[in-house]
Design a binder for this molecule. Sequence first.
Ligand SMILES: [Zn+2]
Length: 89
Amino acid sequence: MDAGKQNEVKIESEISKELASMPLTVKCPTCRTEVSWEGNPHRPFCSERCRLIDLGAWAGGKYRVPGEKLGEESEGSKKENNDDDEEPA
Ligand SMILES: [Zn+2]
């Protein structure tokens, strides 16, 4: 029983060692430049410019998910019901 527990601990320390030796960098989603994650105020982007470009792409609908529409019909019938209630008979 003890042997299994020891093995688990060993694996965990191996993983943390690997993470520590890896440089913490991310690829800027806009220009694909590798930038360091730590101490980067614009992460995951390399600069404010790239951040704004990405925001603009979202606003322009470049990344819009197709085929997603809210049910307008059901909402319309609900409103009609409310109007009926308010009208004094
Ligand atoms: Zn960039």
